[in-house]
Design a protein around this ligand. Structure first.
Ligand code: ZN
Ligand code: ZN
Length: 351
């Protein structure tokens, strides 16, 4: 290729709270890899923690694990007909030898690598990725939508844990980006009522504009009574806990219908203790509690392929509230951290 002396622009994390827009060497596809010209790269809530609190596994690292772009080059052992195709990228690089990998459940891999945290990711003009990680995107899906493949796959996976049926009522605690994607998928899947619960009125107003009429402000702990009102005192058949707050878990258990399903998705903020009364609800109402983690990505169950194929039906573009150039990386991260304006999905959009 003769690109070894070429350089590209990237946002590089040199230390905690030290993100720099700078020139770095241009990657070249190694054996089994393709080169992606990145067109859109979403900023995830976890990136905020990475940049300001936790750091990446080593420095310097280019963060970014929610991205899509055009395949512009391939290694000599990769099919060149991929060039020109749109692709999203499954960011986890599994070991492919542990027991989980042997059954294709890569999210459970015990020895994985990761684009954008353990190795360089998508806040850059180019990235070389393994062909294994490519999710080919239909032409009618935009790069910006395709960059939301990860949260969409995570949402599809979470809902699949709930055995959702046509006509079910669904309550979603947490109306951020994933909560709203969950709501859109639930609505598209035939949920009779989708109830969104949050403590931030701006998110609920946003949800209303997207056509979700059942929104509940839970700042004063009204979720249970409001859900009962909306569901005719039955409770929601499916409840998604997306906040990681113990009091909310308690509310989830008390507002789910008998024989209902509660999917636990939010990263726990502290010990998730529940009262004796809530525990009784699990028993008496014979609730099913199920955890969800990441997504499935294999030949039988591939939440990523489902995500890109469903995108034309979901209208995810209206979740993008902020678009930035890579050179504005510090502005973008400050906006997301400060919460001054409502930031749902913020992303870098590249020419
Ligand atoms: Zn993410
Ligand atoms: Zn593995």
């Amino acid at each position: 290729m003769g690109t070894s002396k070429k350089s590209m622009k990237a946002c590089v994390l040199h230390n905690i709270n030290d993100l720099r827009y700078e020139d770095v060497p241009m990657p070249e596809p190694a054996s089994g890899q393709v080169l992606i010209k990145i067109k859109a790269s979403g900023i995830c809530g976890s990136d905020i923690q990475r940049v300001f609190e936790k750091g990446t596994y080593h420095f310097p690292t280019i963060p970014g694990h929610e991205f899509a772009g055009e395949i512009v080059d391939v290694a000599s052992d990769v099919d060149s007909s991929l060039i020109g195709k749109k692709a999203a990228v499954f960011p986890l690089i599994p070991c492919r030898s542990c027991p989980s990998c042997q059954i294709g459940e890569y999210a459970q891999c015990s020895n994985y690598d990761y684009y954008g945290s353990r190795r360089d990711g998508g806040f850059a003009e180019y990235l070389a990725v393994d062909q294994f990680n490519l999710v080919i995107v239909p032409q009618e899906v935009s790069y910006e939508e395709a960059a939301m493949c990860e949260p969409t796959a995570v949402a599809i996976h979470a809902l699949s844990q709930a055995d959702i049926c046509f006509g079910d009522t669904i309550a979603i605690f947490g109306a951020g980006t994933i909560g709203l994607i969950l709501a859109k998928i639930a609505r598209a899947s035939g949920a009779s009522k989708v109830i969104l619960i949050d403590i931030d009125d701006r998110k609920l107003e946003f949800a209303k504009k997207l056509g979700f009429e059942h929104v509940v402000n839970n700042a004063n702990g009204d979720a249970i009574s409001e859900i009962n009102k909306i569901t005719g005192n039955k409770g929601s058949v499916v409840t998604l806990e997306g906040t990681g707050v113990p009091d909310v878990l308690e509310q989830c258990l008390k507002s789910t219908a008998a024989f209902g399903r509660v999917v636990l998705m939010g990263n726990p903020l502290r010990d998730m203790k529940i009262s004796q009364k809530a525990y009784w609800e699990i028993l008496r109402r014979q609730l099913t509690l199920k955890g969800t983690w990441n997504s499935s990505y294999n030949g039988f169950v591939n939440n990523w392929e489902c995500a890109v194929n469903a995108m034309p039906k979901l209208g995810l573009k209206d979740l993008i509230t902020h678009r930035y150039d890579l050179s504005q990386c510090n502005e973008a991260f400050d906006a997301m951290r400060s919460h001054k304006d409502l930031v749902l999905k913020a992303m870098f959009v590249l020419k």
